[in-house]
Design a protein around this ligand. Sequence first.
Ligand SMILES: [Mg+2]
Length: 138
Amino acid sequence: MVRVNVANIKNCCNDLPECQDHKARMDMLEKSHNSIKKNVGTKTLIEKITRWHHERNLINGSTDKDQFAKLIQEAGELSDSICKDKNVSDDIGDMIVVLINIAERNGLSIGECLETAWNDIRDRKGKMIDGVFVKEGD
Ligand SMILES: [Mg+2]
C-alpha cells in the first residue's frame, strides 16, 4: 500500500491551476478520511457504552421510566451548565449515554433513531420566532 503525505502534496506547487484542483481534491479526501475516522470512533464508543450498560445490569435491571428520570436529571445538569456558561460536553455526553440505554432496551440503535429523526425533519419548513423554530402549520 502506498502512503501519501497529504501535507507535502498540498504545498508542492501552489501556483499551477491543475495543482490547485489537485489540492482541492486532496483536501476533500483528507476531510472524508477524518469523517470516516470520527464515525468509526463514535460507533466504537456507542458499542462500549452499550456493553457498559449490560455489564452493570442497567438494561434488564432498569426500566425506560427509570432511565427517562435519569435523562431529565442530566438535562437539568445541561441547563445548569448553559445558564452558568460552563462547558456542556460532559452534560451532552451523559444525556446520550442515557439515550443509548433507552434505545438498547427498545431494540434500537442511536443511528436508527437519528435516521428516523433526520427523515422527519430534513424537509421541514417553518420560521424562527424568538430563537425557536416553529414548524409550518403549528
Ligand atoms: Mg451528568
